[in-house]
Design a binder for this molecule. Structure first.
Ligand code: KG4
Ligand code: ZN
Length: 353
């Protein structure tokens, strides 16, 4: 059983964690840069990579202190170093990946490259050693974050097959852009989620937004099914058009608008998940990424999983957003990317699932 130090720096969180045996989290430290990016209403890559450089060493030392309190040499407890090498922002990825290379060389330990999206799907396992492999596979995975929205079918652990994805904006981006448009701050997901909670279920479809269908003849990479793909860019345009025609008056109207917009996103995701569950063998549904914190999405997926008789695996809230426990976890479980020469490897901002 390996104890892995994991590093995550693909976007705006500087994170380091220590995980034993794939699911036992000894420490997970996340330094969030959200306040730095808030004034811009989104992540500024240059600001992100600088902040990673400034923080990564302190975050790593804090993770080690927490993982091995009082140890004379906490580094001695680490069997391998894992880090995200893609997908993500190039300059941000480079900081964590280079730091990981340096650590692995200095410690004389293996370096394990991790795909960020695989790790989001692994996040459901963190803190849950009781999950039995035999009950989980084949698995449908939904990763929904600020940068990605994808559906993955995994016949076995580590066997990821991309079957659907957004052809433009990610689900989290759709939340963030709406919040920006409505002047509600950044990140948008938590704000829309909170406002939507105050709106009765019966009013959440009062304003209709496009469902983001992808035309059957839309050119897609091999393996992807158009009926499992989504498009979110029309949604924000529809919101803009609606707001221009009917500017919301007062907090209750803003909340209702947010609830309807959120419903469109949740319905679009739930519809694709439902179709995948109908047409593919699945024992479990694993959901990760920042958007998986969304209350309405959680409700919709809970209902879907019950209807299809599959086990729903949701990451614990602290492991939904970007974190390094998912990186150390998946690597420790043996599902890092295979690479004979990881030290020669570069980051890949558009690393495929
Ligand atoms: O996974 P994550 O932390 O970082 C990326 O890899 O992108 O996801 C961040 C995204 C943001 O777009 C944020 O608005 C969204 O997750 N988010 C939510 C909620 N909390 C965070 N979206 C909907 N509802 C939420 N409660
Ligand atoms: Zn992420």
């Amino acid at each position: 059983m390996k104890t892995v130090l994991g590093i995550e720096s693909s976007c705006d969180e500087t994170a380091v964690a220590v995980v034993h045996g794939g699911d036992e989290v000894l420490a997970s430290v996340v330094y969030s840069q959200v306040p730095l990016h808030r004034p811009y209403g989104g992540v500024v890559p240059e600001v992100a990579s600088r902040a990673h450089v400034q923080k990564i060493r302190a975050v790593a030392e804090e993770a080690l202190r927490q993982a091995f309190p009082g140890a004379a040499d906490p580094w001695a407890g680490i069997d391998a170093v894992a880090a995200t090498c893609g997908p993500g922002l190039a300059a941000a990825l480079l900081v964590g990946w280079s730091f990981a290379k340096g650590l692995a060389l200095a410690l004389g330990k293996p370096l394990l490259p991790v795909n960020h999206m695989h790790a989001h799907l692994w996040s459901v396992r963190l803190g849950h050693p009781e999950l039995r492999e035999a009950d989980l596979w084949p698995q449908l995975g939904l990763a929904v974050s600020g940068g990605h929205t994808c559906l993955v079918h995994a016949p076995r652990p580590g066997g990821f097959r991309l079957i659907g994805q957004t052809i433009d904006d990610a689900a989290g981006e759709a939340f963030d852009k709406a919040a920006k448009l409505l002047g509600l701050g950044y990140p948008g997901g938590p704000v829309l989620d909170r406002l939507a909670r105050s709106v009765p279920a019966g009013e959440r479809r009062a304003i209709r937004f496009p469902e983001g269908r992808v035309a059957p003849d839309h050119p897609l990479p091999p393996g992807l099914r158009a009926d499992l793909c989504l498009s979110f860019s029309g949604l924000k345009t529809a919101l803009l058009t609606h707001v221009r025609k009917h500017p919301p008056q007062g907090e209750a109207e803003v909340a209702r608008l947010c609830a309807c917009y959120q419903t469109a996103i949740v319905d679009a995701l739930a519809k694709r998940v439902g179709r995948a569950l109908e047409t593919l063998p699945c024992k479990s549904l694993a959901v990760g990424g920042g958007v998986s914190l969304n209350g309405q999405l959680r409700e919709a997926l809970t209902a879907l999983a019950a209807r299809h008789g599959v086990r729903l695996l949701l990451a614990e809230p602290r492991y939904c957003g970007d974190n390094a426990a998912m990186i150390a976890g998946i690597a420790g479980a043996g599902y890092a990317l295979r690479d004979a020469e990881p030290l020669a490897r570069d980051v890949d901002p558009s690393l495929p699932v």
